[in-house]
Design a protein. Structure first.
Length: 255
């Protein structure tokens, strides 16, 4: 288990996309779920988060409304992701996310943590017939996430120039794929070049402005990575078969 002494968290840069839990990584490790000895083991990550600007405004508004209720309406609660304090997330995939972090996160770093999807769990050897899933997580330093956002913006503005400049990460590759297919779709839908340009610009603008942009790119990036892995596995199998075939031919020649 890794942990750090409690201390004041540094200022956390704000990210525009939803879903991130931001703060100082103060600990992570294996433990009984919810730290209850009667539960089976899981993996946790502990973040000391700061209250966001939006959370502070909502807290102030809720306090005002509790003193002076308006038309009997109930006060609005602050989204837990926007409040400060220590928060804990659970899931075995967190261990992999930390170990495979591109920014090599460590205790004391200012990080972002979020769920990026879920995967089906193999229950073929279980009596349970209901489908089961596990969350897939991402853990990176905030500096790394912000740089990835900058790269994504460059790709979104001119994906050919970005590719030539060497920007190459899963999110960038996902955007390359989106823009390349957008151009193909525009050519199929519209015969007028100006209509094609407007369509392509509309997609680019939607990607830039959507609050779900990061999640969308993340989902496509996962698919791109999975496809690349399948292609790599297929190539590896073909190469193995070719080597075996060459070897067998050499044995026949020798005989």
């Amino acid at each position: 288990m890794a942990s750090a002494p409690e201390k004041s968290a540094p200022s956390v840069p704000r990210l525009r996309d939803e879903g991130w839990m931001l703060g100082t990584l103060v600990g992570h490790g294996a433990a009984p779920y919810q730290h209850d000895p009667e539960n089976s083991n899981s993996y946790y990550i502990r973040i000391r988060a700061l209250e966001t600007e939006t959370g502070a405004r909502r807290s102030a508004l809720a306090a005002d409304e509790s003193v002076q209720p308006i038309d009997g309406r109930s006060t609005r609660r602050t989204d837990p992701r926007e409040s400060g304090g220590v928060r804990i997330a659970w899931g075995w995939d967190l261990k992999r996310a930390i170990e495979e972090s591109k920014s090599r996160v460590k205790v004391g770093d200012t990080v972002g943590v979020r769920r990026v999807g879920r995967e089906a769990v193999d229950i073929s050897n279980s009596k349970d017939t209901e489908p089961r899933y596990k969350n897939r997580w991402e853990v990176e330093t905030v500096q790394f996430i912000k740089q990835r956002h900058i790269n994504a913006r460059k790709v979104n503005e001119d994906y050919r120039a970005a590719r030539q400049s060497g920007i190459d990460d899963p999110a960038a590759r996902a955007l390359y794929l989106i823009h390349a297919h957008t151009e193909k779709l525009a050519a199929l839908r519209y015969s007028d070049p100006e209509d094609q340009k407007r369509f392509i610009e509309g997609v680019r603008r939607a990607l830039e402005q959507s609050p779900e942009r990061e999640a969308l790119i993340g989902r496509i990036a996962q698919k791109v990575q999975a496809a690349a892995k399948r292609a790599g596995d297929s190539f590896q199998k073909q190469s193995t078969k070719q080597r075996e075939l060459v070897s067998s031919r050499e044995e026949i020649v020798r005989e």
